[in-house]
Design a protein around this ligand. Structure first.
Ligand SMILES: *[C@@H]1O[C@H](CO)[C@@H](O)[C@H](O)[C@H]1NC(C)=O
Ligand SMILES: *[C@@H]1O[C@H](CO)[C@@H](O)[C@H](O)[C@H]1NC(C)=O
Ligand SMILES: *[C@@H]1O[C@H](CO)[C@@H](O)[C@H](O)[C@H]1NC(C)=O
Ligand SMILES: *[C@@H]1O[C@H](CO)[C@@H](O)[C@H](O)[C@H]1NC(C)=O
Ligand SMILES: *[C@@H]1O[C@H](CO)[C@@H](O)[C@H](O)[C@H]1NC(C)=O
Ligand SMILES: *[C@@H]1O[C@H](CO)[C@@H](O)[C@H](O)[C@H]1NC(C)=O
Ligand SMILES: *[C@@H]1O[C@H](CO)[C@@H](O)[C@H](O)[C@H]1NC(C)=O
Ligand SMILES: *[C@@H]1O[C@H](CO)[C@@H](O)[C@H](O)[C@H]1NC(C)=O
Length: 465
């Protein structure tokens, strides 16, 4: 049908009243074969109505979606969005051909699009040769209520995780080997991606407050193949889609197990150099099976630091116009976690350069700076950075902490604590990843190469807890 004919149809429908109606703030799932005849729907009246169309089938179709006054909704990668004022309601007409079982959804909302591709990506914790620790996008960031003078009481290290919020989005994870390109070639909609078979199996799903960005659904996936690039998507409430995130599993010889669920170091969600835990269903270290020599030492440092910090008249004498004792404590805890829990790493298969600590080069062919990860090889005779860690009995590589974690604590804490970070122009790169997030010189915030600790392509350059 031509648009003109359709205009007649829409106008006729306006007069006759459309054959079916769509209600506000709902998603209507339709199959081509179930469409009313004529295929028109009346729209609810709204000051600011957003209509979204999401394809849930992968075949290419020549179908168009028209609204009152012949405006057609542009559908891109299976998703179409149109917003306008429909004070007197309107009509949506569907025109074109398709196979009978082609299915799609229509969302009508007065508070923004119901179907969306989210701007935030899922987050990779880490991988082993056959597991992956992944996070949904974040929600409900914590609100810090700082104490005040004269009762300036700082919290001790958390020994149990905070209780999760009562209501939270329903996130679903779908992954597939990148080489098959199954997911990325499909319409980029939640209903389409969620209908696909996911690789591996979800061994554990829980809510975790990993950092100040907020709560996330945390998945521990098992049953993956070694040294394989996977594509991951997360759907939210069956309407919104986040991704694609790419991640690479480690090679079959990678021996470090994952650590997670540590309330005093909530950001430690990566592989650590310890022998495989033998008393864990998930084959990970958590607060129940981590050697107490590691956790006790850490908790003693936390407690001692807090005591020393509060010898300062916190909340009365300000050592900085920007930072408080509570900020200092949070930054110090993060730094201490990042240096106390060494992180195992491995060169990404896509990077062919040699395994040295932080080196940033310029690609000779393109002139674009390229980075290799801040990996530091450890032999069986190397002294572990944290002596509470027993020897691994096999060589491995440590992914050094990003120096920004140290600099954040340096900036946030009062001088009398004597906290200082090594300088980039001396030997900082022996103990930290330097120049990834910020530049190598002071005052080069955000000027590092690649400008972040990890990206959505599966690269991790330094450890940012
Ligand atoms: C459709 O056209 C009529 C007349 O031009 C106009 O008054 C009305 O606002 C239009 N409706 C929409 C939804 O654009
Ligand atoms: C209508 O809603 C969209 C999405 O929430 C928003 O971007 C737009 O500014 C709104 N328009 C008006 C006129 O309120
Ligand atoms: C001081 O603050 C802490 C934590 O907020 C609280 O538990 C304690 O009761 C307060 N003490 C006094 C004397 O107000
Ligand atoms: C996930 O693992 C944690 C830590 O082992 C455990 O406390 C939690 O109950 C597990 N959740 C599920 C749903 O199995
Ligand atoms: C969450 O979404 C999945 C599919 O997207 C659905 O199977 C499941 O029932 C939902 N769970 C809840 C609690 O709504
Ligand atoms: C606690 O801090 C004090 C002062 O900085 C220091 O002398 C002491 O050795 C520390 N104790 C531990 C267990 O770290
Ligand atoms: C994973 O695959 C994607 C898509 O092909 C690619 O862009 C990315 O660089 C790969 N990641 C690694 C670490 O090989
Ligand atoms: C550390 O940096 C120095 C100078 O910036 C450089 O000469 C050295 O090769 C680097 N060391 C490592 C292990 O990357």
């Amino acid at each position: 049908m031509l648009p003109e004919t359709l205009l007649c149809l829409v106008n006729a429908a306006l007069i006759q009243a459309a054959t079916a109606s769509l209600s506000i703030n709902t998603i209507t799932r339709l199959n081509f074969q179930d469409l009313p005849s004529p295929p028109t729907f009346s729209l609810p009246a709204a000051q600011n109505l957003t209509i979204t169309v999401a394809f849930c089938s992968s075949e290419t179709i020549s179908t168009r979606f028209f609204l009152t006054n012949v405006t057609s909704i542009t559908v891109n990668q299976g998703l179409g969005t149109f917003a306008a004022s429909f004070l007197d309601g309107g009509v949506l007409a569907i025109d074109g051909a398709s196979s009978d079982d082609f299915s799609f959804e229509i969302g009508t909302s007065d508070s923004g699009p119901m179907h969306q591709v989210l701007a935030t990506f899922p987050l990779l914790g880490d991988t082993t040769s056959n597991q992956a620790l992944l996070f949904s996008p974040s929600f409900d960031p914590p609100v810090f209520s700082d104490p005040s003078y004269p009762n300036y009481t700082l919290p001790g290290p958390s020994l149990s995780p905070p209780s999760p919020p009562d209501s939270y989005p329903n996130f679903t994870l779908i992954i597939s080997p990148t080489s098959s390109q199954t997911l990325t070639s499909l319409p980029q909609t939640a209903c389409m991606i969620a209908s696909q078979k996911s690789s591996g199996n979800i061994a554990n799903e829980s809510l975790w407050l990993r950092d100040e960005e907020g709560w996330r659904t945390q998945w521990i996936l098992a049953g993956l193949s070694p040294q394989t690039n996977y594509t991951a998507y997360v759907t939210q409430d069956s309407m919104k889609l986040s991704g694609p995130l790419y991640f690479v599993t480690k090679s079959a010889v990678f021996a470090c197990p994952l650590a997670a669920f540590l309330p005093y170091c909530p950001g430690v969600t990566y592989a650590i150099p310890l022998p495989s835990p033998d008393n864990s269903d998930l084959s990970i270290y958590d607060s129940t099976n981590l050697p107490s020599s590691i956790s006790d030492t850490l908790i003693a440092y936390f407690t001692n630091f807090t005591t020393t910090l509060t010898t300062q008249a916190c909340g009365r004498d300000y050592y900085s116009p920007l930072q408080t004792c509570a900020d200092c404590q949070r930054a110090y805890f993060r730094w201490l976690c990042s240096v106390s829990f060494p992180r195992c790493g491995e060169q990404s298969p896509s990077t062919t350069t040699t395994t040295t600590a932080s080196s940033i080069q310029t690609s000779s062919s393109t002139g674009i700076p390229t980075a290799t990860s801040a990996l530091q090889p450890q032999t069986t005779s190397s002294t572990p950075r944290n002596s509470a860690f027993s020897s691994m009995n096999m060589p491995y590589s440590v992914l050094l902490p990003c120096i920004e974690t140290c600099q954040a604590a340096d900036r946030a804490c009062p001088n009398f604590l004597g906290f200082a970070c090594p300088l980039a122009r001396f030997n900082a790169n022996q103990s930290y990843g330097v120049g990834y997030i910020d530049g190598a010189e002071p005052d080069q915030q955000g000027l590092g190469v690649p400008g972040e600790a990890q990206d959505q392509w599966g690269n991790i350059w330094c450890n940012f807890v």
